[in-house]
Design a protein around this ligand. Structure first.
Ligand SMILES: [Zn+2]
Length: 364
């Protein structure tokens, strides 16, 4: 398997443009054209994980957290990051990070947490702005279906759990071909009137280039008339955190005990219980305290996340139970998620989960 093929699969799922400004997701070390026999998936590419990759013959490490997060001033092995990079280069192991872009898609880190908790009706807590656009294309009636289908195949027309969504309006277009034209219908130099359908579809902005290319390939005209329009509408599947419902309300104590067990947390730090059952649950893998206000506004009974600080616990205000299960614990199933996704894409490619526990926090 060429490294680039793995990257393409990962990036069509969690486009790199969705990463936060401070992040550094993407290929960090390695040649994307190289062939690899296997990949190793981890949360943190530590030195021990890299040794494991070498031992297991994995030419690619797919990590959630980037190894290179800040600028490097040297590469001499003076700290763990530099030692990891030197070792990766020496052993020809590529390192790829899929971090906040995987946090920001609903079927990423938070979708997996929600699935493990049994949440349904999932929506992102804090939709990312500027994700949705609309395309309107004018096509002869005879080609409307072909153009529509091409748009759908390229990923346009997806709204929540629906796909193949479009709006179609029949009218007519006019044109007159000049010197050098080879129009699909009509005569050169004469105004032609053609019955046309206006096909409108919504799409996720990162898909624009491939959607427009697919639309043009299916369209019979030399000069295709189309509009691309940015929308202010929020994309319910792109952004931070997620909120959903339990199939049945659960007592707070039982809910916390289940969360602790499911995520293998040695300890769950939480705010005072309210004496009311939990039905609506917000989640955010990793450091999610920045979403406490959003979780409250979404009417969550509980918010499951990691890295909550003392003062941030006060923000629950007695209205919601904040449960800090630990950063590592909240993200541990991200590894299984990445492995599953890659195995679905490449059934014959070996994708291993690391045996190394990289959680730097120990509880005594
Ligand atoms: Zn994290």
């Amino acid at each position: 398997m060429r490294i680039q093929e793995v990257i393409t699969a990962l990036e069509s799922w969690a486009p790199p443009v969705l990463q936060e400004d401070y992040d550094n997701s993407g290929l960090q070390v390695g040649d994307r054209q190289l062939e690899v026999k296997a990949a190793l998936v981890c949360l943190d590419c530590t030195e021990a994980v890299l040794d494991e990759a070498v031992r297991k013959g994995c030419g690619l490490v797919v990590a959630h957290h980037p190894v290179i997060f800040r600028g490097l001033k040297g590469l001499t092995g003076s700290n763990e990051v530099e030692r990891i990079l030197l070792k990766a280069i020496r052993h020809n192991v590529a390192i790829y990070a899929i971090h906040t872009n995987l946090d920001n898609v609903i079927d990423g880190v938070n979708g997996e947490i929600a699935a493990r908790l049994g949440l349904t009706g999932l929506q992102v807590l804090d939709p990312k702005a500027g994700q949705l656009r609309k395309l309107a294309v004018f096509t002869p009636h005879s080609h409307a279906e072909a153009v529509r289908s091409a748009l759908f195949v390229a990923g346009a027309g997806r709204v929540g759990l629906y796909d193949e969504c479009s709006y179609n309006l029949e009218g007519f277009g006019t044109f007159r071909g000049g010197e050098g034209t080879n129009a699909y219908v009509g005569e050169k130099g004469q105004r032609h009137t053609e019955p046309e359908t206006r096909v409108e579809v919504i799409y996720h902005a990162p898909l624009e280039r491939s959607i427009v290319a697919a639309m043009k390939a299916a369209h019979p005209y030399e000069e295709v008339a189309y509009d691309l329009v940015p929308l202010l509408n929020a994309h319910s599947g792109v952004g931070s955190g997620a909120v959903g419902e339990l199939p049945e309300a659960e007592a707070e104590e039982a809910f916390l005990a289940r969360v602790k067990r499911v995520f293998g947390a040695a300890v769950v730090r939480h705010t005072a219980l309210r004496g009311r059952p939990v039905k609506r649950v917000a989640v955010c893998g990793g450091s999610g305290a920045f979403l406490i206000g959003r979780a409250l506004a979404a009417g969550a009974d509980a918010f499951v996340t990691g890295d909550v600080k003392y003062h941030q616990f006060f923000e629950a205000d007695g209205r919601m139970v904040i449960a800090d299960i630990g950063h590592f614990e909240s993200e541990r199933f991200t590894m299984d998620l990445i492995q599953r996704r890659l195995t679905e894409n490449f059934p014959t490619f070996a994708v291993h989960l690391t045996d190394t526990v990289t959680n730097p926090i120990h509880v005594s």
